[in-house]
Structures are given as structure tokens and as C-alpha cells.
Design a protein around this ligand. Structure first.
Ligand SMILES: Nc1ncnc2c1ncn2[C@@H]1O[C@H](COP(=O)(O)OP(=O)(O)OP(=O)(O)O)[C@@H](O)[C@H]1O
Length: 246
């Protein structure tokens, strides 16, 4: 049974390069007996959330409030700095372009890589099916991803990430660069994935979208939960995928 338990979770990003970390300065500091802790920024500050099957959670809040970081933490991209994180179920994170890909590898290799990261053993048939969904020319399978336009890249990543059902689906900025034709097809595939997933978490600036689709909306500010509201009417289906970003 899918579940998410976050208890008193904090996440600090190290701020490499934001200060003077020259070797000379650090050596002098060491000689003088001073310790030089890496400065950090607290992006997630003491957050507790529990979700079980059926939960549709919206994350709202101004730019920099921690929505994307929280999704990445749940996806396991970043470890928590403190607190307890308990996740049961397989996660499909749709967290934007480039996550987990190597732009110098050819498209087919990247599809294999992404499938392996998500715990599957890629077969030629799987890769062919994913490629067919992209509707890109056959020859492009053997080109490095850096030669793809952003829309083409999005097609490959989307087709791969949504190829298998998820227990937990995480949605951040998504689909904004895909052209009209692909978008309708992608929307159908995503709606199917949303309806099959036990838990869905959506980060968005579109409050109408969140009210229509979520069982609860968590408002964040500076990494903290300000409040949680429970919209009375929601539906897992009629959802507009083109988010309005602030
Ligand atoms: N890789 C990083 N390194 C250091 N700090 C980061 C990094 N990513 C995000 N931050 C900081 O963490 C905080 C939360 O950022 P995050 O991207 O999670 O916010 P957000 O709510 O998703 O914002 P937006 O609505 O603009 O997408 C911000 O203060 C941001 O500057």
C-alpha cells in the first residue's frame, strides 16, 4: 500500500561558491584553529506530511517557498538533512527537463538509463514502444540528446517517465514546451497515470487547478507549512495541464 510519511523534515542546501572558499583562506583558517562550516540555505523547514492511497496533494506558495525541493526530497533526489522520511510504493517523478539524463548519450541509451534508475530492466521492445510514443524520426534514437530541441527532449523524457504506472506520482512544471499535437496525446497519457496512481502530489501556482484536483492543498512559505486547506469539490479528472507559472 502506497504511503508517504514526513516527520519534522528539514533540508539544507550547501551554498558552494557563494562565499570565499579559496584554498589559501581555508588553510589559513585551519592553521588559526578556525573551523569553516559550509554555509547552507534551509529550503525545507520542519515539515510533517502524511499521505495514503487516494491522497491528491497540492503544493502552493510563492517562488522559492520550497515546492520543488519538497518534491525532489520525496522523490529521493535530495536526502533530508534531518527528520524522518518514509516512502512506500514506486515513484514516478515528473520534475522537469534533464532530471537524470546525460546529454552526451544518445536518446536510446538515455531511455535505458532512466528505466534502470526507476528499477526496470530495459528491453528493446520497451524502448521501441517508448520511442513510438514520441513520434520522432527513427534515426534520432541514435543522436545525443544535446542535439534535440527542448520540445523533442521533453517528448523523450515524458514518454519514458510515463511508460509505466506509478504508486506515487509527483508533478512539477511540465509540458509547457511540448507542441499542441503532442500535448493532447500527452495529456491523455498523464490523466491515465493520475487516475491509476494511489498518491499524487502537484506543485503549482495555478490555484484553480489545485482546487479542482486536490483533496488537500499545502501552502508553503520559506520552506514552512503556513496552512493546509481541504477543498470541498475536487475531481481527479478535469485537469488542465498547462500550468500558469508566476
Ligand atoms: N540547487 C540549489 N542550491 C541552493 N539553493 C537552492 C537550490 N534549489 C533551490 N534552492 C533554494 O531553495 C529554496 C526553495 O526553492 P524551490 O525551488 O524549492 O522553490 P519553489 O517553491 O519550487 O519555487 P518556484 O515557485 O519559483 O519554482 C529557495 O530559497 C531557493 O533559492
Amino acid at each position: 500500500m502506497a504511503s508517504i510519511i514526513l516527520r519534522d523534515v528539514c533540508l539544507d542546501y550547501p551554498l558552494y561558491g557563494a562565499y570565499d572558499f579559496s584554498l589559501k583562506r581555508r588553510l589559513l583558517g585551519r592553521l588559526a584553529g578556525a573551523s569553516t562550516p559550509t554555509p547552507t540555505i534551509r529550503a525545507i523547514d520542519n515539515i510533517s506530511i502524511e499521505a495514503s492511497a487516494g491522497a491528491r496533494i497540492g503544493l502552493a506558495g510563492p517562488n522559492g517557498s520550497g515546492k520543488s525541493t519538497l518534491l525532489r526530497l520525496i522523490a529521493g533526489v535530495y536526502p533530508a538533512s534531518s527528520g524522518h522520511v518514509g516512502i512506500t510504493g514506486n515513484i514516478v517523478p515528473l520534475l522537469g527537463l534533464n532530471a537524470g539524463v546525460n546529454m552526451d548519450f544518445v536518446a536510446a541509451e538515455n531511455i535505458s538509463l532512466l528505466l534502470r534508475i526507476s528499477g526496470r530492466k530495459p528491453t528493446p521492445a520497451m524502448i521501441d514502444e517508448i520511442w513510438a510514443f514520441t513520434e520522432l524520426e527513427e534515426r534520432m534514437q541514435r543522436l545525443p540528446l544535446r542535439m534535440f530541441s527542448s520540445g523533442m527532449l521533453m517528448r523523450v523524457l515524458f514518454a519514458t517517465a510515463t511508460a509505466f504506472p506509478a504508486d506515487i506520482l509527483l508533478l512539477d512544471e511540465w509540458l509547457s514546451v511540448v507542441d499542441e499535437n503532442f500535448s493532447a496525446k500527452a495529456e491523455q497519457r498523464l490523466l491515465k497515470l493520475v487516475s491509476q496512481a494511489a498518491i499524487v502530489i502537484i506543485a503549482s501556482h495555478d490555484h484553480d487547478l489545485l482546487r479542482r484536483t486536490c483533496t488537500s492543498i499545502v501552502h508553503l512559505d520559506r520552506g514552512r507549512i503556513v496552512n493546509t486547506v481541504y477543498p470541498e469539490i475536487h475531481s481527479a479528472y478535469p485537469f488542465e495541464l498547462r500550468e500558469k507559472r508566476a
